[in-house]
Design a protein around this ligand. Structure first.
Ligand SMILES: [Zn+2]
Length: 585
């Protein structure tokens, strides 16, 4: 029994030792494989399902206020070849040359390239893609893809923007709403062996793409189209360099139209206009010309506003209490400020006038007096309070900032010139947003295009709420401003802005660009209607017109024509009471 027990113990020990040795051997092998051979196995595993193609997601559409599609997608194809699967290389090459209009050398290069998948051409018309699929050659892949398409070509080109070859937004709303519009690409995973041959029975695995969301705008195609035609008409008639028009709802900041002629063709955004000799330009010059062509002057550029800015000075003066509507002024045709003699537009002078008449006459000395009564500190405070030193927050990229003196550098001469809109620069959209806020009852609005984001079934995903911002002017002063500006159109320099049957408020401007010696002008008009309860505010700016250049003569009729056309469209009925009653304010 005892001997037997000892034997048993020995046997157990031998088995144990044997097991340990095996275990060490296995661990060693495993360690060897993991450490020294890991690359090899990783590669082997990858090769089993290495081939992967993107399925492009459909980009969301851009849709106007009435449901008209302004940006959509067109189906196009991407043609690729897989070297290892091609059975008849010569036939494939001949077919590619014939269908894709590529050179035989190019076709040969693609077909003979040893890679898992080689792209031959993108953006191929669907019809051609279908024909290529019809040949039934092995090793030739036809994948459907999307290309951005703009049904109205030049309409609102600088607002909508366009996308690049990878379907990513390059300028405009296409950039601003990239995240919402882009969607999520899908994938086709093809399982193959190490030689690139598809494994039977496994085939293709698809991860379906998720379409982008649609963007709904306040912009109205009909209003945009009409405003764009008017802008083109006046640009050609006045041989002007450019014309910009902005139309928005002054109560909530919704933009109806934003025009910057010359516009460009969104379906061919990399082609300069007819008169450009693209071949003679260097790559850098060409890019500069394109950037210039794509600029949205309403938002990306600043200008000296001139007399339309008197709306801001008048509001600040009335609100601060340094002036009342009935105050008397006298204009001999100039004011002397420090050592400077600053002229009125009417060199012979306006004589004796009330403040309201001063606004009607756009009389510089009246506004100089108001600003001087306020002083630099208070005037600058209003400039800031009205929001002129901040961006408007419009939902487009590249909004330019106000170019303004530092407060400590403003002397009385600078103050006097600021009062009538000179010696600083703002964007047209800043002028429109600030004037809207001053005449809408006194609350700051944010100009914007985006209203909602919806899925392809029209279900609302996100609504953009632009609540009225902070109060910048009292309701009382705002009402006085509406009255004074209605008088400008009724009795003063804005008479060409009158529309029969409607009450219109407005202000004209004519400013000389720098350097003054060049004798170049910017003519503009800012109007709103109906004057007692505005639903539309419009700004028209004509850059470098030839011949007569007065804003009241050439810009006011543009806004008049647009208002006459769109007020009935917006559902505003004509009124018999088309002038303010005496003693209204
Ligand atoms: Zn005057």
């Amino acid at each position: 029994m005892r001997k037997n027990k000892t034997y048993h113990k020995k046997k157990t020990a031998v088995i144990f030792l044997f097991c340990v040795l095996i275990l060490f051997g296995l661990i060693g092998r495993l360690v060897y494989l993991m450490i020294f051979q890991s690359d090899y196995y990783a590669k082997k595993a990858d090769e089993l399902h290495e081939r992967e193609r993107d399925i492009k997601a459909a980009r969301g559409k851009i849709i106007d206020a009435k449901g008209t599609i302004l940006a959509a997608n067109k189906t196009v194809c991407t043609i690729s070849v897989i070297h290892s699967q091609i059975a008849e290389p010569q036939k494939v090459m001949d077919m590619l040359v014939k269908e894709l209009k590529i050179t035989p050398e190019e076709a040969k290069k693609r077909v003979e390239k040893v890679s898992s998948i080689e792209r031959v051409k993108t953006n191929v018309e669907k019809e051609i893609g279908d024909r290529i699929r019809g040949y039934g050659f092995t090793g030739v892949k036809v994948d459907e893809d999307f290309k951005r398409y703009y049904p109205y070509d030049t309409l609102a080109s600088k607002v909508l923007g366009f996308t690049g070859a990878d379907n990513q937004g390059i300028i405009g709303l296409e950039v601003r709403y990239e995240e919402e519009l882009k969607g999520v690409n899908g994938k086709i995973l093809t399982t193959t062996d190490a030689r690139g041959v598809e494994l039977n029975g496994i085939g293709e695995k698809r991860i379906e793409p998720i379409a982008g969301y649609d963007l709904y705008l306040s912009l109205d195609r009909n209003i945009q189209e009409y405003a764009q035609q008017e802008a083109m008409r006046v640009m050609e008639q006045k041989e002007a360099q450019a014309v910009s028009i902005l139309l928005l709802n002054p109560q909530n900041g919704e933009i109806y139209a934003c025009v910057n002629v010359p516009e460009f063709d969104l379906n061919h955004p990399f082609e300069l206009g007819d008169d450009a000799d693209e071949g003679s330009l260097t790559e850098k010059e060409l890019q500069e010309r394109l950037n210039q062509m794509w600029r949205n002057r309403c938002i990306n550029d600043t200008y000296e506003p001139g007399s339309t800015f008197k709306i801001i000075t008048a509001s600040a003066g009335l609100e601060s209490g340094v002036v009342t509507m009935e105050d008397n002024f006298s204009c001999p045709g100039f004011r002397v400020v420090e050592d400077r003699r600053i002229h009125c537009a009417r060199r012979t002078g306006h004589g004796s006038e009330t403040f309201v008449q001063g606004v009607e006459n756009s009389c510089n000395p009246v506004f100089i007096d108001v600003a001087l009564r306020m002083g630099v500190g208070e005037y600058y405070d209003y400039f800031q309070k009205f929001g002129l030193l901040q961006k408007t927050g419009i939902d487009l990229p590249g909004e330019a900032s106000t170019i303004m003196h530092k407060e400590e550098n403003i002397g009385l001469v600078e103050l006097a010139t600021m009062a009538f809109g000179q010696s600083f620069q703002i964007t047209p959209v800043q002028l429109a947003a600030t004037a809207s806020s001053l005449i809408n009852g006194g609350e700051r609005i944010i100009p914007h295009f985006g209203v909602s984001i919806r899925d392809s079934d029209g279900v609302v995903i996100k609504e953009y709420k632009y609540e009225k911002g902070k109060r910048i002017l009292s309701e009382e002063t705002s009402e006085k401003m509406r009255y004074a500006l209605e008088m400008v159109v009724k009795e003063g320099g804005g008479k060409n802005g009158q529309v029969e049957g409607y009450r219109i408020g407005g202000k004209t401007a004519t400013s000389q660009t720098l350097p003054r010696s060049a004798n170049k002008y910017i003519s503009s008009f800012l109007g709103f209607a109906p004057a007692d309860d505005p639903v539309v505010l419009g700004v028209c700016i004509i850059y470098d017109p030839q011949g007569i250049y007065y804003g009241g003569t050439i810009a006011a009729p543009v806004i008049r024509n647009i208002f006459a056309n769109i007020l009935p469209y917006l559902g505003i009925e004509k009124t018999t009471q088309n002038t303010p009653q005496d003693g209204n304010v």
